[in-house]
Design a protein around this ligand. Structure first.
Ligand code: ATP
Ligand code: MG
Length: 287
């Protein structure tokens, strides 16, 4: 099954209303896709080991979604398949005073993995054109008037495109995932957080109030994805109502991206290679 239909890289326009939020006809293939997920992740983990050994390219996966769309569970069930030594996961919350006194990419840059690793951004630089836009937070920022104005978000979209181009040209791949959950499924998951004591720690009444801004978020996601979807840093708009299906799609994206990066174990250097016979002989003759 191809993930192409979920990919946005500038070649087509996104209309969020037209995108599926559930697995649809793929529900009948559930058993097969669940076992494909495990197989994909096994292969992705092997490629990630090579990426780590080679150390010349890094992968950044930005996960964006509405509340309760399954960001945390994606990290737990999909990215956990990779060796923890080569994985860096960073969750972005509302910026504090100190973070707000810097440019908005400052905290993102610090969270990027070194080349060789896979960095997962659980929320990301995209919050700065999503929640900020929906709540007009830029109006509360201490910023010179010349930095504000009508084209504030257009400028940010351009900055984000340039930022990701910069990363690409400096040895990173950037992949952006939008977990597209339906209003009904989000309601169910919120009710579950209320019912189950073991989920109370995830419960936030503020998250529930955000539901009244559903259409505003729709528009903000659509604008931002259309403005920042590029070949080098594509968006994937993924149905998120069936977690097993989202996990399957992400396993495909991870495998395809790593395969395209095509990492190789580095060979021994000529000087090390020259020493191998004597070191081997020494090891074999000793205890
Ligand atoms: P869940 O999906 O389980 O609700 P979460 O990712 O929402 O998890 P929380 O700790 O509930 O995690 O919330 C993080 C909050 O931080 C979100 O409401 C998000 O919009 C907000 N946030 C993240 N980055 C920014 C930003 N740059 N500016 C303003 N708010 C931000
Ligand atoms: Mg939340």
């Amino acid at each position: 099954m191809s993930i192409k239909s979920y990919r946005f890289d500038g070649g087509k326009n996104l209309r969020l209303q037209e995108e599926p939020t559930d697995a649809g006809e793929h529900k009948k293939e559930k058993a097969e896709l669940v076992s494909r997920t495990a197989e994909n992740l096994r292969k992705a983990a092997m490629l990630a080991e090579k990426l780590y050994a080679a150390g010349c390219e890094g992968l950044v996966v930005a996960i964006q979604a509405r509340d309760a769309a399954g960001k945390d569970s994606l990290v737990k069930h999909v990215f956990s398949a990779l060796n923890p030594q080569l994985l860096e996961v960073h969750s972005f919350k509302s910026p504090n005073e100190h973070e707000l006194s810097h440019d908005y990419l400052w905290r993102i840059v610090q969270a990027l993995p070194p080349r060789g690793k896979v960095g997962v951004l659980n929320r990301s630089h995209y919050e700065d054109v999503l929640v900020v836009k929906v709540h007009h937070l830029e109006k509360t920022y201490r910023l010179a008037p010349r930095c504000l104005g009508e084209d504030f978000f257009e400028k940010r979209y351009r900055q984000l495109r340039h930022f990701e181009d910069y990363l690409y040209e400096n040895g990173y791949r950037v992949v952006k995932l939008f977990l597209n959950v339906s209003r009904e499924e989000q309601k169910k998951r919120f009710l579950d957080r209320i019912e189950r004591e073991d989920k109370h720690w995830k419960l936030s009444t503020a998250d529930m109030k955000e539901r009244s801004l559903w259409a505003e978020y729709d528009a903000a996601y659509e604008d931002c994805i259309n403005a920042t979807a590029t070949q080098r840093a594509p968006w994937y708009v993924l149905p998120a109502d069936n977690k097993w299906y989202t996990r399957y799609l992400v396993s495909e994206i991870l495998l395809e991206t790593l395969a395209d990066m095509n990492p190789e174990f580095p060979p021994l250097s000529a000087s090390e290679l020259a020493l191998v016979p004597s070191v081997k002989a020494e090891l074999e003759s000793g205890t």
